[in-house]
Design a protein. Structure first.
Length: 177
């Protein structure tokens, strides 16, 4: 079953990666964690091992045949990417950055990319997404302020105030609110 699962993940993510021109790690990492139940550090290492250069060569070749590859940009990015990848792996393995922070950072990057892709896809979609985002932010702020307001408001204890005023000898309606 594991082999079929791995093959299915590879095939689906390969098709999506080839169509979108992405490396695939952004999809593979969550798939290995959620579907295969790998620990995040093992999923990260497995993802990097999968994405070694020969895996993406067929897709890059297809883009090259249609004159859609800038070799100068690819060379500089590849060198910097290799250095950055090594540095990131070192930070992860040295436990300098807590795994929770890495997950949070990854999730925030994915949200940013998703929103950016949605907003750039169509002007009408951008307007709808902007309206929806504003509505969501407004509701979140409303509920947050409501919670803060409830904490800040002190419920008057009228019964205690009335007894205290009676004990002090106040009469009449002075203590009524």
């Amino acid at each position: 079953m594991d082999i079929l699962q791995f093959l299915a993940i590879g095939l689906v993510i390969g098709v999506i990666s080839g169509a979108l021109g992405i490396g695939g790690g952004v999809l593979m990492l969550p798939a290995l964690i959620w579907i295969c139940k790998l620990p995040p550090s093992r999923a990260a290492g497995t993802t990097l091992a999968v994405l070694v250069v020969p895996v993406v060569l067929p897709a890059a070749w297809a883009y090259y045949q249609n004159k859609n590859v800038d070799f100068r940009a690819a060379a500089f990015i590849a060198v910097a990417f290799a250095c950055g990848g090594f540095g990131g792996a070192w930070l992860h393995n040295a436990n300098i950055l807590p795994e929770e922070w890495l997950r949070l950072f990854f999730g925030l990057i994915m949200i940013y990319i998703a929103l950016n892709m949605i907003l750039m896809s169509d002007p009408e979609t951008a307007k709808a997404a902007g309206g929806l985002s504003a509505t969501i932010v407004a509701w979140l702020l409303y509920w947050r302020l409501r919670v803060l307001g409830k904490r800040a408001l002190v419920t008057p204890k009228l019964e205690q105030q009335i007894r205290r005023m009676d004990e002090e000898g106040h009469t009449g309606t002075e203590y009524h609110i």
